[in-house]
Design a protein around this ligand. Structure first.
Ligand code: HEC
Length: 135
């Protein structure tokens, strides 16, 4: 019975990883140009609450260091994209262009030490779902 249970638990995980090959943000998933656009967008749309250096001192969580570890690690960029797109900025939610959300994510990844690469981040949700921020 124990053995049977273990197989049931393992199977969905195995099928999941076989069905979609995931990429790690450690491998360079955004371009330097995106991060620079993201920095400008962040300064005008996010910094007032999340802090100029991503170290918020107010109600909003910071987006670097410990809060990043807590909120971002173990998630996919698809999940983070949806979260930002649907709820930020709180007083004007849902109005950020997809490209701007992706640019800001590139900037957040850069500040947290992940390197840029040759290819730009996609804006399609299905592709972003396959990029993980490793724990
Ligand atoms: C008016 C203030 C304000 C602005 C502007 C704002 N945020 Fe937020 N943000 C918050 C608050 C407050 C929270 C926590 C409550 C919540 O989740 O809604 C939050 C939560 C978040 C989270 C979730 C944190 C986590 O670890 O899960 C992310 C990511 C985020 N904001 C990103 C952004 C980005 C990117 C921008 C700019 C496009 C932005 N925010 C603009 C106030 C703001």
């Amino acid at each position: 019975m124990m053995k049977f249970g273990a197989v049931l638990c393992l199977l969905p995980g195995w099928l999941g990883s076989a069905a979609m090959a995931q990429t790690s943000v450690a491998g360079g998933v955004y371009t330097e140009a995106e991060a620079q656009r993201g920095q400008a967008a962040y300064a005008s749309k996010c910094a007032s609450c999340h802090g100029r250096d991503l170290n918020s001192k107010g109600d909003a969580p910071g987006l670097v260091g410990e809060p990043f570890t807590f909120g971002w690690k173990g998630q996919t960029l698809g999940e983070r994209f949806a979260r930002i797109k649907e709820s930020m900025p709180p007083n004007d939610a849902g109005n950020l262009a997809d490209q701007m959300v992706v640019d800001v994510m590139a900037y957040v990844l850069k500040v947290n030490g992940y390197p840029p690469g040759a290819a730009a981040l996609p804006t399609e949700a299905a592709k972003l779902e396959q990029i993980v921020i490793p724990k």
